[in-house]
Design a protein around this ligand. Structure first.
Ligand code: HEC
Ligand code: HEC
Ligand code: HEC
Ligand code: HEC
Length: 450
C-alpha cells in the first residue's frame, strides 16, 4: 500500500469516527513467540509514514512515532545487543552452552522475538531484539487489516494481533519474559552463572519502557477503558499465580533434591552470616528460607479492601502455603503443592473480579493505606518485598494524584525519593530507613487527601 493511501485511509477513519469494538471476553490469545502466523520483520513497521515518524502525528489515532521511541529509548530494542557483551559471554561460558549467547535459543527466546523457523518471513532478524512483533504478535495476517481505518480492533485481534490492551493478556505477555513460563525461564542456575535478578511491576515498567502509546478519548473508544490501578492489581495477581504454579510444576518447580531457588527470597540465603537478620515473615520463623512473596503481600492489601469479608481467609491461605513450604510445625503434615494450587485457584477468581472492578479514588486510597499499613507488621523488611512495595506505592500514589484524590506535593515526592534511595544498593539495603519512610508516607495520605 502506498504511504499516501495509508495516510488517507487513516484520515478517513478519523472523519467517520470509529465505533467501539471491544470484545470483552475473547479467548486467550497465543503468546507471540508461539503463535503460528508469519513474522514479517520490524523493518515493515519502521517507515516514516507508518510507525517511524520522528514526531507524533496530530491527525492520527495512534502516535505513529512508536518505532522511533522504541529504537531510541526502549531497552527491548537493545535486548539482543546485550547478548554480545562480556556479561553474556560469561553467562554462556559458565553454563557451558555449545554456542555463544547470541546464538543460543535459551537466551534468544527472551532477548529477541525468536519464533519457530518455519514461521519466519525473509525480513525478520533476531538482532532487532524484542521487536514490535515480539509483543504485538506475528503480523502476517493483521498487517493489512490494521492499516484500514474502519476495521475494528477486534478484527485485527482475530487476525493475530496480540491483545496487549487487555490487562490479563498484557501481564501474561510481560511476565512470560520478566518471570518466565514453561517455554522460557531464568532458573537459579542461570542466575548463578551471572544473570541479573529479575524485578518487575507491570504498571511502573510500562511507564518506564517508555510508553509509545497515548491513552486518550480516541484510545478508549477503540480499545475500552484503561485503568492503571486495575493493571497493577492484575499484574500482582498474575505474578503471584506464576510463583505458585511454578512451585507446583513438576517441570520447573524442582532442581535435583532442591526446589527451584528463584521462587525464594534471594536474601534469605545471600547475606553474610555475621548479619543476624532472623526474618519472621508472616510468622514463618528464623532459620528458614522464605518464599519470594512480594506480590502476594500486595495482593493481601487489595483483597482487604475489595473483599473484606474474605480477607482473613485469604491471609490464612497465604500463610498456610508459607508454613507448608517452610515445613513449620503447624503445617508439617500439609502438602505444599496442593496448598499452592488451591491458592492459585483463589487468585484466579480474584483476577476475574479485578477485571470488573472500577478502582475509584476511594477504593484506591484504601488499598494504598492497607499496603502502607503492612509496614507496621514489618512485612517489607526484605529487599524484594521493599522493592515491590516501592513500585506499588509510587504507581498508586501517582494514580491517586491523577484521580484527584491526593494533592501532588513536595513531601509526597520526597518520601518516594527517600524510599528509592534506601533501595539503591541491594547489598546494603537500609530496611529501617525504608520502613521509616513508608510510615511517614502513611501519615501523609490522609493529611493531604483531597
Ligand atoms: C525468561 C526470559 C529470559 C531468559 C531465558 C534470559 N533472559 Fe536475560 N534478561 C531477561 C530480562 C527480562 C532482563 C531484564 C531484567 C531487568 O532489568 O529487570 C534480562 C537481563 C539480562 C542481562 C542484563 C542486561 C542489562 O542491560 O544489563 C544480561 C546480560 C542477560 N539478560 C543475558 C542473558 C543470557 C546470556 C541469557 C541466556 C543464557 C539470558 N539472558 C536468558 C530475560 C531473560
Ligand atoms: C514490550 C512490548 C512491546 C513492544 C516491543 C512494542 N509494543 Fe507497542 N504496545 C505495547 C503495549 C503494552 C501497548 C499498550 C496496550 C495497547 O494499546 O495494546 C502498545 C501499544 C501500541 C500501539 C497502540 C496505540 C493505540 O493508541 O492504540 C501501537 C500503534 C504500537 N504499540 C506500535 C508498536 C510498534 C510499531 C512497535 C515496534 C517499533 C511496538 N509497538 C513495540 C507493547 C509493546
Ligand atoms: C520477549 C521477551 C520480553 C517481553 C514479552 C517483554 N520484555 Fe521487557 N525486557 C526483556 C528483556 C530481555 C529486557 C532486558 C533488555 C536489556 O537490558 O537490554 C527487558 C527490559 C525491560 C525494561 C527495562 C528494565 C530496566 O531495568 O531498565 C522494561 C521497563 C520492560 N522490559 C518492560 C516490559 C513490559 C511492560 C512488558 C510487557 C508489556 C515487557 N517488558 C515485555 C524481555 C521482554
Ligand atoms: C536456598 C538458598 C538460596 C536462595 C533462596 C537463592 N540462592 Fe543464589 N545461591 C545459593 C547457593 C547455595 C549458591 C552457590 C554458592 C557457591 O557456589 O558458593 C548460590 C549462587 C548464586 C549466585 C552465584 C554467585 C555465588 O554467590 O556463588 C548468584 C548470582 C545467585 N545465587 C543469585 C541468586 C538470586 C538472584 C536469588 C533469588 C532470585 C537467589 N540466588 C536465591 C543459594 C541460594
Amino acid at each position: 500500500m502506498s504511504p499516501s493511501l495509508t495516510h488517507w485511509i487513516r484520515r478517513a477513519g478519523l472523519v467517520l469516527g470509529l465505533v467501539l469494538t471491544q470484545s470483552l471476553h475473547a479467548a486467550p490469545a497465543a503468546l507471540p513467540n508461539v503463535a503460528t502466523d508469519q513474522t514479517i520483520g520490524t523493518i515493515n513497521c519502521a517507515s516514516s509514514t507508518c510507525h517511524g515518524s520522528i514526531a507524533p502525528w496530530n491527525e492520527s489515532n495512534v502516535l505513529q512515532n512508536e518505532y522511533t521511541t522504541w529504537s531510541r529509548l526502549d531497552r527491548h530494542a537493545k535486548a539482543y545487543t546485550v547478548l554480545l557483551n562480556k556479561q553474556s559471554q560469561r553467562i554462556a561460558k559458565n553454563l557451558g552452552l555449545a554456542q555463544p549467547a547470541h546464538e543460543s535459543k535459551i537466551c534468544l527466546d527472551c532477548h529477541s522475538h525468536n519464533p519457530d523457523s518455519k514461521n519466519r518471513g525473509p525480513r525478520h532478524v533476531v538482532s532487532d531484539g524484542v521487536s514490535c512483533e515480539g509483543c504485538h504478535g506475528p503480523a502476517g495476517k493483521w498487517v493489512t487489516s490494521h492499516t484500514v481505518a474502519n476495521v475494528p480492533h477486534a478484527e485485527n485481534v482475530a487476525n493475530g494481533l496480540y491483545p496487549t490492551s487487555r490487562p490479563v493478556e498484557q501481564a501474561k505477555l510481560c511476565l512470560s519474559c520478566h518471570f518466565g513460563n514453561d517455554d522460557r525461564f531464568v532458573t537459579h542456575r542461570i542466575m548463578g552463572a551471572g544473570h541479573p535478578r529479575m524485578a518487575f511491576e507491570i504498571e511502573t515498567f510500562g511507564a518506564l519502557e517508555p510508553a509509545h502509546y497515548k491513552v486518550d478519548a480516541d484510545y478508549v473508544r477503540r480499545k475500552g477503558e484503561y485503568n492503571p490501578v486495575r493493571l497493577w492489581a492484575i499484574g500482582q495477581a498474575y505474578a503471584s499465580q506464576q510463583l505458585l504454579d511454578t512451585l507446583a510444576s513438576s517441570k520447573r518447580g524442582r532442581d535435583g533434591l532442591f526446589p527451584e531457588l528463584v521462587l525464594f527470597d534471594c536474601h534469605s540465603c545471600h547475606h553474610p552470616m555475621s548479619e543476624q537478620k532472623a526474618s519472621l515473615r508472616l510468622g514463618v520463623g528464623s532459620g528458614r528460607v522464605n518464599l519470594n512473596d512480594n506480590n502476594l503481600l500486595m495482593l493481601r492489601a487489595i483483597v482487604r479492601v475489595i473483599d473484606p469479608a474474605n480477607s482473613a481467609a485469604f491471609d490464612r491461605q497465604v500463610s498456610q502455603v508459607h508454613h507448608a513450604v517452610a515445613g513449620s510445625a503447624e503445617q508439617r503434615a500439609a502438602d505444599p503443592v496442593a496448598l499452592a494450587k488451591n491458592l492459585s485457584a483463589t487468585i484466579g477468581r480474584y483476577m476475574n473480579r479485578f477485571e470488573q472492578e472500577t478502582f475509584d479514588a476511594a477504593v484506591l486510597r484504601n488499598i494504598l493505606l492497607a499496603l502502607l499499613d503492612e509496614t507496621s507488621a514489618n512485612q517489607y523488611a526484605n529487599y524484594a518485598g521493599a522493592e515491590q512495595a516501592y513500585f506499588s506505592i509510587s504507581s498508586l500514589t501517582s494514580s491517586l494524584i491523577k484521580q484527584g484524590g491526593l494533592a501532588a506535593s513536595g513531601p509526597v515526592t520526597q518520601r518516594l525519593t527517600s524510599m528509592r534511595k534506601a533501595l539503591a544498593n541491594e547489598d546494603k539495603f537500609r530496611g529501617e530507613q525504608f520502613l521509616t519512610e513508608v510510615a511517614a508516607m502513611r501519615a501523609l495520605i490522609p493529611a493531604q487527601a483531597k
